[in-house]
Design a protein around this ligand. Structure first.
Ligand code: NAD
Length: 474
């Protein structure tokens, strides 16, 4: 007889482990099946986010920022150092230590919450049975009243640029280089291309980013994209728009990349090539035909607005279903589903999910852009405020960027917040809270903000919606 649980979660990434812990907190007998194996050959819970995504990339972004500041910004503060040098091995070692701390932390939380942890690849069979194939090929089957699929996503591989993680890198390979490449090519000026391109640029690589689309950061606010592009160019990132890559050939110790733009066919030769052209749901061999669960046209698990697959007791959350591929979207879905299973009112507000790009300056937004509102015929007003007029930003020497608040022209309800500048990955939370509570620009304008802080840019932008920013002529 198969082991029987209230809940089995397939996938121990952020969406899955949040679902499992919340289910266990609610008194449900819970198991989690996860196949990720770390450098030490042992189970490494946390999925892409903890192992090769959000956390390790932020570790390297921080290391490279420290180095960049040492080389370029410290002199303005009157600080100098003799012969600064980078030891990439130490930098990557620090990153690996942080990864281990967090993946181990999830294992500890599983123990503390009495979650049964299975190492292996899970497959959903009929009647909510889950077949687990261990790394040595051994199979066993467990069963539950509810199964939550949270298998995440994997990088899209271009047919002409197969990952070897020596010359042609995915996001994991680009986090594990043992030295700074002289020339780094990047395909895709999306989130990963910009973040990891920034890491290696700050450490001294010549970075060329090839982006097929004509617009830079097409989903961001146009003013935000303009300022970000200006700052990235100043940092030496060579971003080529309208550049569609068609070939990548490893020749000797380099990669020859062929792309076409308005001028015709072009070639560049780089030492390493990072391919960051998006991710796709990881659902291969996941679902038995007779389980009743369906995949959509993009290979994602089909779900309704409550993450229910339409099959009794089977749910799916995170990157393997529709919607933004963001860890925080996935783990809110995971927790909401656990609550629904326990008879509570789990819910995710998809209208207020924040987006953050951890470049320098940082980029963050939530809600609608002006372009979307125009398209929908919604009347709106905007207020924006530059960091150049914020005392704290000037004191920090980080003045590029602004905060923009978009409010409904008649009701004043906040419809969107768009930011580029220092610390905006944190500042966006204030706008999200205001939007979650259906707040107005007037509400934000009347909230006391500490002085001197970066949050005053949010305050002044809210005041600017009604043309009454104090430190700006509007
Ligand atoms: P992305 O979708 O953000 O960007 C991919 C880019 O590649 C697009 O701009 C696309 O036009 C371009 N592209 C595609 N094919 C091309 C070609 N042949 N030549 C040139 N350009 C081409 O994808 P990503 O950066 O790989 O990130 C993957 C996912 O991971 C995203 O969905 C993102 O949400 C998530 N992610 C989020 C964060 C964050 O929140 N900070 C960080 C990393 C990843």
């Amino acid at each position: 007889m198969a082991d029987q649980f209230d809940v089995i979660v397939i996938g121990g990434g952020p969406a899955g482990y949040h679902a499992a812990i919340r289910a266990a907190q609610l008194g449900l007998k819970t198991a989690c099946v996860d196949a990720w194996v770390g450098r030490d050959g042992k189970a490494a819970l946390g999925g892409t986010c903890l192992n090769v995504g959000c956390i390790p990339s932020k570790a390297l972004l921080d290391s490279s920022k420290q180095f960049h500041n040492l080389m370029h910004s410290f002199k303005d503060h009157g600080i100098s150092a003799a012969s600064p040098a980078i030891d990439v091995k130490t930098m990557v070692g620090r990153k690996n230590k942080i990864v281990k701390q967090f993946t181990g932390g999830v294992a500890m939380l599983f123990n503390a919450n009495k979650i049964a942890s299975y190492l292996g690849k899970g497959k959903l069979l009929k009647d909510r049975q889950v077949e687990i194939t261990a790394p040595d090929g051994a199979k066993q089957t467990i069963a539950a009243t509810n199964v939550i699929i949270a298998t995440g996503s994997i990088p899209i591989e271009l047919p002409f640029a197969k990952f070897d993680n020596t010359f042609i890198l995915d996001n994991a390979g680009a986090l594990d280089l043992d030295g700074v490449p002289k020339k780094l090519g990047v395909i895709g000026a999306g989130v990963i291309g910009l973040e990891l391109g920034s890491v290696w640029r700050r450490l001294g690589a010549e970075v060329t980013i090839l982006e097929a689309l004509p617009d830079f950061l097409g989903t961001a606010d146009r003013d935000v994209a303009k300022i970000a592009a200006r700052e990235f160019v100043k940092q030496g990132l060579d971003i080529k728009l309208g550049a569609k890559v068609s070939k990548a050939e490893i020749k000797g110790n380099a990669v020859e990349v062929t792309y076409s733009d308005a001028k015709g066919e072009q070639k560049i030769v780089v030492d390493k090539l990072l391919v960051a052209v998006g991710r796709r749901a990881f659902t291969k061999d996941l679902i038995a035909d007779d389980s009743g669960v369906k995949l959509d046209e993009r290979g994602r698990v089909s779900v309704d607005e409550h993450c229910w697959t339409g099959v009794d007791g089977v749910w799916a959350v995170g990157d393997c279903v529709r919607g933004a591929m963001l860890a925080h979207k996935g783990f809110e879905e995971g927790m909401a589903v656990a609550e629904l299973i326990a008879g509570k009112a789990g819910h995710v507000n998809y209208d207020t999910i924040p987006w953050v790009i951890y470049t320098e300056p940082e980029i963050a937004w939530a809600g609608k852009t002006e372009e979307e509102l125009k398209k929908d015929g919604v009347p709106y007003k905007t207020g924006s405020f530059p960091f150049a007029a914020i005392g704290r930003a000037v004191a920090m020497n980080e003045t590029a960027g602004f905060v923009k608040i978009i409010a409904h022209a008649e009701t004043d309800r906040i419809l969107g917040a768009h930011m580029v500048g220092p610390g905006v990955s944190e500042l966006i939370a204030e706008a999200v809270v205001a939007m979650e509570f259906h707040g107005s620009a007037e509400d934000l304008a009347r909230i006391v903000h500490a002085h001197p802080t970066l949050s005053e840019a949010v305050h002044e932008a809210a005041l600017a919606v009604d043309k009454r920013a104090i430190h700006k002529t509007n």
